[in-house]
Design a binder for this molecule. Structure first.
Ligand SMILES: Nc1ncnc2c1ncn2[C@@H]1O[C@H](COP(=O)(O)OP(=O)(O)O)[C@@H](O)[C@H]1O
Ligand SMILES: [Mg+2]
Length: 243
């Protein structure tokens, strides 16, 4: 069954100082999917996520999120999405719960509530410890909690697995499944590693030098027994034959 698209990017281009870092890019994220955005360092993933969340404006092309044009209707989009892009910034002297409570205040909703969200990311034990004393992995978990605590329709997570240990990665995978299956969210996450994406995502988009070259459901390729996933994506990422 074809799922309805919830993010649609058409002919997107972004230029910095006369150089195109994103060009001819199209992306369709189906509602309810966990969409893995795969690309080498510098391929353009963060730039596209910043455009999706209104932090950067496109040089040309259209970007629709939940039917809203991101450039013209940024407020409507921001109310309905949650994001973690690059290293998250927190109030360092406050605890995880206090940081989350401030975010909920700002968004004007109760969402999951700080305690539940902290439990969901395995940070409940941090209590009153200030964020300044958190490890990289703990900060990443808190950043993820802040992205979904207000129950957005779409979660946009830029390299969310960064800094997590294998247990953390497994926990996040379970969490992402819960958020999509039980709370109806759609998740768009990026990574430069196929090994991270293949266990979490059901759809994959591959970006190479600023252009999204391929979008495919993982089920579709995994069903083809003669294809090795690693080889398949390596070929695309190295500009090889993708047929
Ligand atoms: N503000 C900026 N000014 C100039 N170049 C930038 C800026 N932001 C990103 N770039 C360049 O755009 C390209 C894509 O970067 P980025 O989107 O961060 O890639 P990724 O997230 O896939 O690693 C890189 O070559 C990067 O150096
Ligand atoms: Mg990046």
């Amino acid at each position: 069954m074809k799922r309805e698209p919830i993010i649609v990017i058409k002919n997107l281009a972004k230029k910095f100082d006369n150089t195109f870092v994103v060009k001819d890019s199209n992306m369709t994220v189906p509602k309810g999917s966990i969409y893995g955005f795969l690309g080498a360092n510098g391929a353009g993933k963060t730039t596209i996520f910043k455009i999706l969340t209104g932090l950067l404006s496109p040089t040309s092309g259209t970007v629709e999120v939940l039917g809203f044009n991101v450039t013209k209707d940024r407020e409507n989009v921001l109310q309905r999405i949650g994001s973690l892009i690059e290293a998250p910034v927190f109030y360092e002297h406050l605890s995880a719960a206090e940081n989350l409570a401030l975010h909920l205040d700002y968004m004007g909703v109760t969402g999951f509530g700080a305690e539940t969200a902290l439990d969901m990311v395995g940070l409940k034990v941090t209590g009153t410890k200030p964020v300044s004393k958190f490890s990289l992995g703990m900060r990443q978990r808190l950043g993820i909690a802040r992205a979904f605590i207000h129950k957005p329709k779409i979660l946009i997570l830029d390299e969310p697995i960064n800094g997590l240990d294998p247990v953390g990665i497994r926990d996040m995978r379970t969490l992402f499944l819960t958020l999509t299956q039980e709370h109806g969210m759609t998740i768009l996450l990026s990574s430069h590693l196929l090994s991270e994406i293949e266990h979490i995502a059901d759809m994959v988009g591959v970006i190479v030098n600023g252009t999204i070259l391929q979008e495919i459901s993982l089920e579709q390729i995994k069903g083809k027994s003669d294809i090795r996933l690693e080889e398949y994506f390596f070929n695309i990422m190295s500009g090889g034959n993708i047929s």
